[in-house]
Design a protein around this ligand. Structure first.
Ligand SMILES: [Zn+2]
Length: 259
């Protein structure tokens, strides 16, 4: 198996250097994972990376706009199906797959691993001992999490499963998967403890928790931090560790310690 990266030209604070599109090949056949945004030069670059291989399918880890919109135009041009777990605003998979499904693409066998948390539809793909994680695990930047309970469970499910390498949707290749996943879990649990401590010390809204916990983070990132704090607080409220009555109120949403 050979893995090549085609970096999409969409760098930003959220996408790091840009989206990693992965071309995975074996014995003359290849699949594409996360074709990225619909940028003609990027689609051309993916087709160049496929040169000499028989394309088999285009996989999408989740339907965020930096991962999925190029899937349909690319797959149509190549004459192959798109594969993903769910439709989204700019993506309708030709074939829907669920946790544990495996797809034979010539010599390559691609196994879907449901990893919800970043989004409900987030799916990682395992090929041999490599895992393609989309935004579930990123090489160097912090993942934005919609559902923290799901997210932590989706990290734990990957531990000690014999992974040798992770190819993330953004940033660098991760050569020590178990150590990285363990660090991710520790980081989130530490954050959780800091948030509970901030609430117990009197932070009464999401915004006050952000300002107390993310003191070292530039204020331009406080909006993203608030999403993360909100996800943590929803989990903590379900766990009975804080009271968080109206999470939909965003920055101003009230939070209280449990009596
Ligand atoms: Zn995403």
């Amino acid at each position: 198996m050979k893995v090549s990266r085609v970096l999409a030209p969409n760098p930003s604070v959220f996408t790091g250097p840009g989206t990693n599109t992965w071309v995975v090949s074996s014995e003359g056949q290849a699949v594409v994972i996360d074709p990225g945004p619909e940028i003609p030069d990027h689609i051309s670059a993916i087709r160049e990376a496929l040169d000499g291989f028989e394309p088999m399918a285009v996989f999408v880890t989740h339907t965020h706009p930096d991962h999925a919109p190029a899937a349909e135009p690319l797959a149509r041009a190549l004459g192959v199906p798109t594969i993903g777990s769910a439709p989204g605003p700019e993506f309708r998979p030709d074939r829907r797959i669920a946790h544990g499904d495996s797809v034979a693409c010539g010599e390559l066998v691609v196994v879907a691993v449901a990893t919800p948390g970043h989004t409900p539809d987030s799916t990682s793909y395992r090929i041999e001992d490599a895992l393609f994680t989309g935004d579930h695990i990123m090489g160097g930047s912090t993942v934005i999490v919609e559902d923290m309970s799901d997210y932590l469970a989706s990290l734990r499910v990957l531990l000690d499963t014999g992974l040798r390498v992770i190819y993330p949707g953004h940033g660098s290749v991760i050569e020590d998967p178990d150590a990285t996943i363990t660090e991710y879990l520790a980081h989130r649990l530490e954050r959780e403890a800091q948030i509970v401590a901030a609430v117990e010390k009197g932070a009464g809204t999401v915004g006050e928790v952000v300002e107390s916990v993310y003191v070292d983070v530039d204020a331009s990132l406080h909006g993203a931090a608030a999403l993360s704090v909100n996800a943590h607080l929803r989990k903590l409220a379900r766990d009975g560790a804080v009271r968080f009555p109206s999470p939909g109120d965003g920055w101003e949403a009230a939070v209280e310690p449990v009596a």
